[in-house]
Design a protein around this ligand. Structure first.
Ligand code: SF4
Length: 447
């Protein structure tokens, strides 16, 4: 997600487009931009990557924005449809609003039921539509009070942006599960999921949006409202393992440094006798450099990545996911042939990708393949918006490490311990969710 409130003569639609481009790793199913000229909201959205959905003509149509928000979406199987693309643009009795959301609520179905009982009609399966309906319900309290009431009712993970005709609003859930950052471009405030979007558009990072904070930007500037929060926040640790881009900083922690340290710790927890350390690009690369430095084994580039293929983990159909690995990666025969290889990946979720990686390395002539994973086994589902739905899908739920090693066909397998992973983000001052590794969830789904 990215949003901007334009205090200069900026081309809002272009800034948002390039911001989405930088954030494309967070979702590849749909993209959308909504802008307001101060009195009405215009939008365009569609299925596919940002570059597929927008061209010069569609961006031209969005010109003249006083503010704008953009979104790229990662959907679960069964939710992939145009109606679920964001921004959601809707009318309520005080005007129009456009909304975007990253995360997942754990009580959206209960609120939806209550609203439906009271006569509300929903057109999508998105949590954001429930959020829009609640804001409309409470709006007579005034916008600020309506947002506070909203936060007291919805539960789960949400980084949220709402744009009305004349203001831009950002909200981060009280646990701070999903990231959200505030920056400035000339005199215009920008809010985005990750700092890498700021670097791309030339904005300066100011700070992270705090858990439970509401930011409102309008003609008069920026207003911050802090709502009550629990004692400990619960930033998603998986952002550092896989989800965020390596050049981002979240809640003061460099994703690059966390990944490099994870690799170094992995080398001391699971050493290997080998000739070369390689990483599975992109999120395994930095950990591989850390492993190589700590172990003294040379680092090399063992895979070439086709940059124009989406991330396989994000693709939800098993067939597409399986094909995706081969389309995306090619082992460098000249580099791996005749060598004992340590290959570093960030995680093993379903196991299909790891199996293909080992196969590809053996086909390219590697004589031994030692798989090392820079996070613990993913054994439990995520309730907060990452596409790890049920334990059934997870190779780590059904199998121990030796069994997984056998299934993927590696000579050895070692995972970073949870303690080791948590050390990579030590000193950050925030708490972490690690539910998919340990089943310790900061907030349970409501039945
Ligand atoms: S369960 Fe895992 S993926 Fe989901 S928010 Fe927690 S750490 Fe992140």
């Amino acid at each position: 997600m990215i949003g901007i409130y334009n205090q200069n003569e900026l081309e809002v639609q272009e800034i948002i487009f390039y911001g989405l481009y930088a954030l494309q790793h967070r979702g590849q199913e749909s993209a959308g931009i909504a802008v307001t000229d101060g009195s009405s909201i215009t939008y365009h959205k569609g299925m596919g990557l940002a570059a597929d959905v927008f061209d010069e003509k569609t961006l031209e149509r969005l010109k003249g924005g006083k503010a704008g928000i953009g979104h790229i979406r990662n959907t679960r199987a069964g939710e992939r449809m145009y109606a679920n693309a964001q921004p959601l643009v809707t009318r309520y009795k005080k005007g129009s609003m456009a909304l975007v959301h990253d995360g997942k609520l754990v009580n959206a179905h209960l609120i939806r039921n209550d609203l439906e009982e009271a006569g509300a009609i929903f057109q999508t399966s998105m949590d954001i539509e429930v959020i829009a309906a609640l804001i409309a319900k409470y709006i007579d309290l005034g916008l600020e009070e309506a947002l506070k009431k909203l936060i007291s009712v919805i539960k789960g993970a949400y980084a949220l942006m709402i744009m009305t005709e004349d203001r831009l609003i950002a909200v981060r859930d009280p646990l701070g599960i999903r990231p959200l950052v505030l920056g400035i471009l000339d005199d215009s405030y920008v809010i985005a999921s990750e700092t890498c979007a700021f670097d791309t558009i030339g904005a300066e990072y100011i700070r992270d949006v705090k858990p439970g904070e509401i930011l409102i930007v309008n003609e008069d500037g920026l207003t911050s409202i802090q709502t009550p929060v629990p004692l400990h926040s619960s930033l998603c640790i998986f952002e550092f393992v896989y989800y965020a881009r390596t050049d981002s900083t979240i809640d003061g922690i460099s994703v690059y440094m966390a990944r490099k340290q994870a690799g170094a710790r992995l080398a001391s927890e699971h050493p290997a006798e080998a000739d070369l350390v390689i990483g599975v690009p992109d999120s395994g690369t930095t950990a591989a450099i850390g492993y190589a430095e700590a172990s003294g084994i040379p680092y090399g580039e063992g895979f070439i990545k086709n940059r124009y293929v989406g991330r396989t983990f994000i693709r939800s159909s098993p067939h597409i996911r399986e094909q995706g690995v081969r389309i995306k990666l090619n082992a460098l025969r000249r580099i791996v042939k005749g060598k004992r290889i340590v290959v570093i990946d960030d995680s093993i979720v379903r196991g299909t990708t790891s199996k293909k990686i080992v196969e590809m390395l053996r086909l390219a002539g590697a004589i031994e393949v030692h798989m090392r994973i820079s996070s613990p086994p993913v054994r439990f589902p995520c309730h907060y918006g990452i596409d790890i739905d049920t334990s059934d899908q997870l190779i780590g739920y059904h199998n121990d490490v030796d069994e997984i090693c056998n299934i993927i066909g590696a000579d050895s397998l070692g995972y970073l311990s949870l303690e080791g992973l948590m050390k990579t983000v030590e000193g950050s001052g925030c708490g972490f969710c690690r539910g998919c590794f340990s089943a310790e969830y900061p907030i349970e789904p409501e039945k």
